[in-house]
Ligand binder design. Structure first.
Ligand code: S3P
Length: 201
């Protein structure tokens, strides 16, 4: 393990300790929500966590596509981003009645404070973090993300990631996925969820 990786892990442990005591006690944590930038592993981690906890797995983008009968790319192209963001908020509101569900969210969803507040009422919110380089490595051969249909997608990733960082950091738990396998990240999520839910009983 390199010095940088050790530093990142140390910082994460510190952040986990820092976050937990401040969690509001009026929250009813029956679900897990994964937030984070595109390509940070929300889908693969979410599926694994759901398997391990025997929870249902849902993805906000998939729900939007099912409800509208259109792909995310089509919605962006035909109606524009504001319409997509309104659909996202509606889905988040509907998710408030769920239990035992792992919810993987679209990368821009936590930028809307209503979404984060709504998720926090019923879910442990876990943010998956990655460096712009690692994100690019993971998304470069995929074409289904309209925001990356850009002349310079790498610059776009850096710009969006920097702008969204303050929102991702409002999660209950922050996990760096650059230095861990999908399995390790999933284990951490399950561990944090068990820790939080057992200390509240
Ligand atoms: C978006 C991320 C995508 C999808 C849409 C917009 C974003 O989800 O919601 O393309 O604003 O970052 P993933 O994070 O699952 O790729």
């Amino acid at each position: 393990m390199t010095m940088t990786m050790r530093k990142i892990l140390k910082l994460e442990t510190f952040l986990l300790k820092l976050e937990t005591p401040f969690m509001q006690s009026d929250r009813h944590l029956v679900n897990i929500a994964l937030i984070g930038f595109m390509g940070t592993g929300k889908t693969s981690v979410g599926r694994l966590v759901a398997d391990q906890l025997h929870f249902e797995y849902l993805d906000t983008d998939e729900l939007i596509q099912t409800q509208t009968g259109r792909t995310i790319t089509e919605i962006f192209a035909m109606d524009g981003e504001p319409v997509f963001r309104a659909l996202e908020q509606k889905i988040v509101e509907e998710l408030a009645s769920r239990v035992k569900t792992v919810i993987a969210t679209g990368g821009g969803l936590p930028v809307n404070p209503n979404n984060l507040a709504s998720l926090k009422a019923h879910a442990l919110v876990v943010s998956l973090w990655s460096s712009p380089e690692k994100i690019w490595e993971r998304v470069r051969h995929q074409s289904h993300r309209p925001l990356l249909h850009d002349e310079n997608p790498q610059a776009k990733i850096r710009e969006l990631l920097a702008a969204r960082e303050p929102f991702y950091k409002q999660a209950d738990v922050l996990l760096n996925t650059d230095v861990r396998s999908v399995r390790e990240v999933a284990q951490q999520v399950v561990h944090q969820f068990r820790l939080e839910t057992s200390s509240r009983r």
